[in-house]
Write a protein that binds this ligand. Structure first.
Ligand SMILES: Cc1cc2nc3c(=O)[nH]c(=O)nc-3n(C[C@H](O)[C@H](O)[C@H](O)COP(=O)(O)OP(=O)(O)OC[C@H]3O[C@@H](n4cnc5c(N)ncnc54)[C@H](O)[C@@H]3O)c2cc1C
Length: 172
């Protein structure tokens, strides 16, 4: 499989955008990630896939915990900041505030949803590591709308607004 074709194909899968946070208030680190999924309800588990070369990859096992911060529609600059994409936005770097979770992990106060996770398992998978986290706490900011990532760019939920209330509700 040609890697370019592979990446282009997977880019057609629309996702939300998260910032995975690790460390302590004194030693905080964040990394943008869209390879995030829910795994289990009982116990409540989620996963993130992290590139072996990313600093986050060694920090999650070191701290035994991580945070998943699901970004809001207007937080593309924050996504770029935590992806190391400097200079893609005009003006000063976007501000953020930290709140400390039960595990001690700092979370982004401005996120749409904040998940505080204790490291449950990790699995080597090619050039990435799959980290499974047990969610100890989930906090939500009102009806915040999510930032989406699709075909290499950021998007909003506009098309769904046009669909109106006829959208099928989840069955679980
Ligand atoms: C939409 C999107 C989705 C992505 N999904 C994934 C994915 O699922 N898995 C994956 O492995 N990679 C993903 N990436 C790539 C990943 O975000 C980058 O490769 C990232 O730079 C790797 O992070 P790192 O842990 O090496 O941290 P670094 O590259 O060291 O840090 C990331 C950036 O975050 C900022 N930062 C970190 N900590 C702080 C702090 N305390 N204060 C201020 N700024 C700080 C810095 O500006 C730094 O450049 C994605 C990128 C994008 C844009």
């Amino acid at each position: 499989m040609d890697p370019h074709t592979f990446r282009r194909a997977l880019g057609r899968f629309a996702t939300g955008v998260t910032v995975v946070t690790t460390g302590t208030p004194q030693d905080f680190h964040g990394m943008t990630a869209n390879a995030f999924a829910s795994v289990s309800l009982e116990p409540p588990l989620v996963l993130v896939c992290v590139d072996r070369r990313a600093r986050t990859c060694s920090r999650i096992p070191h701290f035994g915990a991580f945070g998943v911060n699901i970004l809001q529609e207007d937080q593309a600059p924050l996504s770029d900041r935590f992806a190391g994409r400097t200079g893609t936005q005009d003006g000063p770097p976007p501000a953020f505030h930290l709140v400390t979770a039960v595990t001690g992990t700092p979370l982004l106060e401005e996120a749409a949803v904040r998940l505080d996770c204790r490291l449950y398992q990790s699995h080597a998978a090619g050039d990435h590591v799959i980290f499974v986290g047990e969610v100890l706490e989930a906090r939500q900011t009102g009806d915040a709308r999510p930032l989406l990532y699709y075909a290499g760019g950021y998007h909003a939920l506009g098309a769904l607004d046009e669909a109106g209330p006829g959208v099928t509700p989840p069955r679980w």
